[in-house]
Design a protein around this ligand. Structure first.
Ligand code: NDP
Ligand code: X2W
Length: 348
């Protein structure tokens, strides 16, 4: 008999929460059983999200309730940083599997996490037991995990193309490794923030976090687990673009002599349905992944230079958040990794 997975979502009125609801609606083995919002408790899903009318007719937002969530097989935390570290441990103790979309369990070094996130960690004992959910990197550990720390959107977009090169020790030690990244505005979440207003973000383009962004230690951690002597060369600068969803990374890197990064990436990801290495000369665009759980990557050498340029695009809400979370859930439950994720990108 096919297994039915009962899922709960904490923070279901946010952008990643509603994206989880969209993806799980077409998942053949998931029943969404509990959805929380403190602000919208008692409101029917369909009344809050017209996009979900007719899909979840009997679901209402409820205030987070440990008993209802503990009755689920898996709970997704689509909440701001600092919530899951408080609310997930009782669920984990009750045997529930947890996928945390926030950053609470991503950084193994607690002092580093506390420095970048400006709070004291409430459940450091679970950090050590969490598996970093970059699906294509940690598939076998995710399959055994009870708690998965879903990566940040920038770290997903930057790390996926670097992983095969780092695993083979191909990046030049001590050389600059520059990740010049752009994000759509939904990356900032649904919470009110002046910078995300249409009048502020529309028809505008700007860098932010130049003096240090909290995804820097996350990308460095991945690099350091795979190849030493490389992370110190990393420069990461995020930019806000007037897109609703979409993320683009332009990565400039130096390899050891004789390495062909394009061939290496193409071979590494040939059996990974959600990572697409484009033919030589192609350029990925964010709309080619809109709404889909895909990272598209191109690799080329800068003319008359030893520098390689890697372009990587994802939808920040899908492969950068909710899609990768569903992919990780599939791996954790030992079901088809593609379940619920066979989505054709929306274009134009
Ligand atoms: N947006 C993106 O592209 C990405 C986001 N992420 C991460 O995913 C998480 C969710 O992001 P996003 O969906 O954008 O955020 P939003 O601000 O859009 O939504 C946050 C949700 O959490 C709920 N919430 C807020 N505070 C609490 C609390 N103390 N306890 C319980 N629920 C709470 C809110 O509902 P209510 O207040 O009514 O309870 C709301 O439903 C964040 O940690 C974010 O950093 C990761 C990758 C990409
Ligand atoms: C455009 C924008 O503001 N993007 C967010 C990244 C969202 C994300 O992935 O943040 P977490 O690591 O907290 O999950 C930012 O730069 O803070």
């Amino acid at each position: 008999m096919t297994q039915t997975i009962k899922a709960g979502i904490v923070g279901a009125t946010g952008y990643t929460g509603v994206e989880l609801l969209r993806l799980l609606a077409q998942h053949p083995q998931v029943q969404v059983a509990a959805v929380t919002s403190r602000g919208e408790a008692g409101v029917a899903l369909a009344d809050y999200f017209p996009s979900l009318r007719g899909i979840y007719p009997n679901l209402y937002f409820q205030t987070p309730d440990q008993a209802d969530l503990a009755a689920c097989d898996v709970v997704f935390f689509a909440t701001p940083n600092g919530v899951a570290m408080q609310e997930a441990p009782p669920l984990l103790a009750a045997g529930v599997k947890v996928v945390d979309l926030s950053a609470d369990y991503r950084i193994q070094d607690i002092a580093t996490w506390q420095q970048w996130y400006g709070m004291s960690h409430a459940s450091p004992e679970w950090v050590a037991r969490a598996v970093y959910g970059l699906s294509e990197l940690n598939r076998s550990a995710i399959a055994q995990a009870q708690l998965v720390a879903n990566p940040g959107c920038y770290p997903t977009c930057v790390s996926l193309p670097l992983v095969p090169l780092l695993q083979q020790g191909c990046l030049k030690s001590g050389a600059p490794l520059i990740a010049d990244c752009k994000s759509g505005v939904s990356g900032a979440g649904r919470k009110a923030s002046v910078g995300s207003l249409f009048a502020e973000a529309g028809d505008n383009f700007k860098a932010y976090g130049v003096g240090g962004h909290r995804h820097l230690p996350e990308i460095r951690q991945t690099i350091n687990t795979l190849q030493s002597g490389v992370a110190d060369g990393l420069v990461f600068v995020p930019h806000l673009t007037p897109l609703i969803r979409g993320m683009h990374a332009t990565i400039y890197l130096h390899t050891e002599a004789g390495v062909n990064p394009h061939a290496l990436l193409a071979e590494h990801y040939q059996n990974s349905p959600f990572v697409d290495i484009l033919p030589a000369g192609s350029t990925p665009e964010t709309r080619s992944v809109r709404g889909a759980n895909i990272c598209r990557i191109s690799v080329q050498q800068a003319p008359q230079s030893e520098v390689w340029i890697i372009l990587s695009v994802i939808d920040n809400l899908v492969k950068g958040a909710a899609g990768q979370a569903v992919q990780n859930m599939n791996i954790m439950f030992g079901i088809d990794e593609n379940a619920g994720l066979n989505i054709t990108p929306l274009l134009p």
